[in-house]
Design a protein around this ligand. Structure first.
Ligand SMILES: [Zn+2]
Length: 449
């Protein structure tokens, strides 16, 4: 890698809008009281943990704060299994209401961190996070992903002022959590390609700092899946750093655009429908693994298309009205926990015929060079499958309890459920949607039914 870890992190902190400190290393949790005193002098610490993270790190941090003379409280969420749902936001809000001097110290993985992030924002203050697993990129991201009224939503709220990541603790987390984090990082490969597409059509230009802070090193961070699976602290530190840099990218862009696109929407559908496999909700990263792999397969098909041959007039003539798209969305989302989601999002992202014509003419003309750029970014299905498999993440939909038919049927929702422009939107405009989706599920395709 062209820069050292120290240089990479110092650049990330220079572009971040909320986070002032990111300490990562073996035994780093010893520094938590010092960091707390630096940013929250005179305040009380309220440690939030769960039944797993309290013994793994919380009780130790509690002791460290006591020894440092910092008044410290704790709350342990006792449920064995819980997701980021609104009722827990209310719980943490209530704790802060009852303890107005307290500042949250999140000791846990993605869910606890997101709860602390949003509740701190509700109380116009920041917090300190101590990640216990290399499982998601949310520790340093702007926004919290919470299920509210049936729909998975990203609430705008600042990232923590400080992150103290103890690699000894993180590397000791269950291997499947680390594999999930690896997959969440791998998602930045197709997500980056879809950002290039929205940049190409001009809907969401690439933010250079937010791009370079992670994408310049992404291939290196993903290069050692076997070592990640073996629990090697250095390899896990690379993945954790990658995930955290991804959060900094989101801070700089004030959006989750740098970190997710369709790869994540498959996961959002599964969250909203409370999809279970063998009775268990599947982790964010495991769901994202399948979304990521699926999108790499979509790009394989995209690269087989000759888009210089697009009949722009015919595509523009066939382009549906907003009303038609709204009706289509209502039909597709009928019976879904958030039945108006597709309607609302397509209303935001529908474009008129003149704009569709402009995009297709540009695509037709620049396809050979643009295709090369995309190919330099995205991995093939085969490469992504090998990496995910080696990391211990799922690489077949059945491994998270999804049939290939279910995966197929999710596509139409995925295209419509976010206002953000994605590769499927481009394909709808250019009339090659079926050509890049259906072969995945046809005989000989990666998800042959
Ligand atoms: Zn994610």
């Amino acid at each position: 890698m062209s820069k050292t870890r120290e240089e990479r992190i110092s650049f990330a902190l220079s572009i971040s809008t909320d986070t002032k400190e990111f300490i990562m290393g073996r035994g780093a949790s010893e520094k938590a009281p010092e960091v707390f005193l630096k940013y929250f002098p005179g305040r009380e610490a309220l440690i939030m943990a769960d039944v797993h993270t309290w013994p793994a790190l919380g009780s130790r941090v509690f002791g460290l704060f006591e020894s440092a003379g910092i008044p410290v409280l704790k709350h342990i969420i006792m449920e064995e299994e819980f997701h980021a749902e609104w009722k827990y936001v209310e719980l943490v809000d209530g704790l802060l209401d009852a303890n107005p001097e307290a500042v949250l110290v999140s000791v846990g993985s993605g869910v606890i961190n997101d709860l602390c992030k949003l509740s701190s924002h509700h109380h116009s203050q920041s917090y300190l996070t101590l990640p216990t697993a290399c499982s998601v990129d949310g520790y340093s991201s702007f926004g919290a992903s919470i299920t509210y009224q049936g729909a998975k939503q990203t609430f705008s709220c600042p990232a923590p002022v400080a992150i103290v990541a103890d690699i000894d603790v993180i590397a000791a987390a269950p291997a499947e959590m680390t594999a999930a984090g690896y997959a969440d990082l791998a998602a930045k490969v197709p997500a980056g390609a879809e950002w290039m597409i929205s940049d190409f059509v001009g809907t969401e230009p690439i933010h250079p700092d937010a791009w370079h802070v992670l994408q310049d090193y992404l291939d290196d961070f993903l290069a050692n899946p076997e070592a990640v699976a073996a629990g090697d602290p250095d390899a896990i530190a690379d993945v954790f750093e990658g995930l955290t840099l991804s959060g900094f990218a989101m801070q700089a862009a004030r959006s989750s655009r740098p970190a997710s696109c369709c790869d994540h929407l498959f996961s959002h559908i599964l969250d909203m429908t409370e999809h279970r496999y063998k009775g268990k909700l599947q982790s964010h990263g495991f769901q994202v693994a399948i979304g990521t792999l699926t999108m790499c397969a979509v790009f394989d098909e995209l690269f087989k298309q000759d888009l210089t041959a697009i009949d722009v007039d015919a595509c523009v003539a066939a382009w549906p009205s907003l009303e038609a798209e709204q009706q289509r969305a209502l039909k597709i989302f009928e019976g879904f926990p958030a039945p108006r989601l597709g309607y609302d999002e397509i209303t935001k992202k529908w474009q008129d015929k003149a704009e569709v014509r402009r995009q297709l003419e540009k695509l037709k003309e620049e396809w050979p060079s643009f295709k090369k750029k995309l190919q330099g970014q995205v991995y093939s299905y085969k490469k992504m499958r090998d990496l995910l498999k080696a990391s211990g993440a799922p690489y077949e939909p059945e491994q998270i309890g999804l049939s290939k038919q279910q995966l197929h049927d999710m596509f139409q929702k995925v295209q419509l459920m976010r206002y953000r422009y994605n590769v499927l939107d481009l394909a709808k405009r250019g009339g090659f949607y079926d050509a890049i989706v259906e072969p995945l599920f046809a005989p000989g395709g990666p998800f042959e039914r």
